[in-house]
Design a binder for this molecule. Structure first.
Ligand code: TRP
Length: 328
């Protein structure tokens, strides 16, 4: 039996190189060997943006277009929109009984996010409970594997607690435990060199940037402030241009030579930035080519098929839950 993968993204903006390195690349490779579900988490996105629903709506197509452009194959991966799969929300309600308020507040990612957002005493319940809804997303498909970033590990742990509690309480094996799959790539730094690449910090290179944006962003990258003259020895380890070359330039021996040359002195930033521009342009080429062939009608069709398939499976799990919960 093929194992099942479930993963998702909040539709809060275009996807960028950080998403590619952190998760998209993994999904593209895994879709051939796993039964893959990819969810556009628009309901979860509302936990943050409930006051800007039109923003979330407008980004759903963008995210699906990005998926298709990078090479997610809709014949291999089921792409669906969370709000269209109703069983997820009924499951969430049942799961809410299985988690104490104290436990919900202990989730370290949630704790960090509460601090970041400055909720203080007025934390929206929906926000505090989104990991519980995420447990429904995962378990509805009886997912074995969940490819996610490190920050999502507490969500997987909470999901497995819910699975264990549900199965033991209702003496069944309806729900399945899951495992996180972490990408072996390290997180991509933003072009500012300070934070991880992120849409909100405006420090990311997007998969749909044109050449001019690409060039401007690369030439604004922080290199080494002490590398003033070309002949000065330069710092490689903190250099953003080298970090991007590490992630995207596969001629490792040339890259090592460049690093040695740069450290010794005599290699200019402009040379490196032009090289990175060429490397990223080559990387983006097939993505741009695929994107140019995608049209709106195809996206609508892919989402609609995905929603149907996802609803069928989620409904199947929900019915089994209802049986052991004496609801039918
Ligand atoms: N929380 C995830 C994120 O912010 C998105 C998400 C929602 C998700 N439901 C999921 C990821 C289920 C994996 C599995 O990136």
């Amino acid at each position: 039996m093929m194992k099942t993968i479930l993963t998702g993204d909040r539709p809060t903006g275009c996807l960028h190189l950080g998403h590619y390195i952190g998760s998209l690349e993994n999904r593209i490779n895994m879709q051939h060997d796993f039964n893959t579900f990819i969810m556009v988490a628009n309901v979860q996105a509302l936990t943050d943006y409930y006051d800007r629903p039109e923003l979330i709506k407008s980004q759903i197509f963008q995210v699906v277009e990005d998926y298709l452009a990078v090479g997610i194959d809709p014949d291999k991966s089921t792409i669906f929109v969370q709000s269209s799969v109703k069983p997820l929300f009924e499951m969430t309600v049942y799961f809410l009984n299985l988690v104490s308020l104290a436990r919900a507040q202990q989730n370290p990612t949630i704790k960090d996010e509460i601090k970041q957002r400055g909720f203080k005493e007025s934390i929206p319940c929906g926000f505090l409970c989104y990991p519980i809804s995420q447990a429904a997303d995962i378990t509805a498909f009886l997912a074995d594997l969940v490819p996610v970033g490190k920050d999502q590990l507490p969500m997987i742990e909470q999901t497995n607690e819910i699975v264990d509690k549900f199965n033991s309480l209702y003496r069944c094996d309806v729900l399945k435990r899951c495992e996180a799959v972490l990408s072996s790539n390290s997180r991509l730094i933003g072009i500012d060199g300070k934070n991880k690449a992120s849409k909100s910090l405006k420090n990311a290179i997007f998969l749909n940037d044109n050449d001019q944006d690409l060039k401007d962003k690369i030439f604004s990258m922080y290199t080494d402030p002490a590398h003033i003259k070309v002949s000065d020895p330069g710092n490689v380890s903190e250099n953003v241009v080298f970090k991007y070359l590490d992630a995207f330039y596969h001629d490792v021996s040339h890259l090592n030579d460049l690093k040695a040359h740069y450290s010794k002195g005599g290699l200019g930033d402009v040379y490196l930035k032009n090289l990175l521009f060429d490397v990223l342009k080559t990387f983006l080429e097939p993505i741009r080519e695929r994107r140019s062939r995608i049209n709106q009608t195809d996206i609508i069709e892919i989402i609609s098929e995905g929603n149907k398939k996802a609803s069928l499976i989620a409904n199947n799990t929900l019915q089994k839950m209802q049986q052991v919960m004496c609801l039918v």
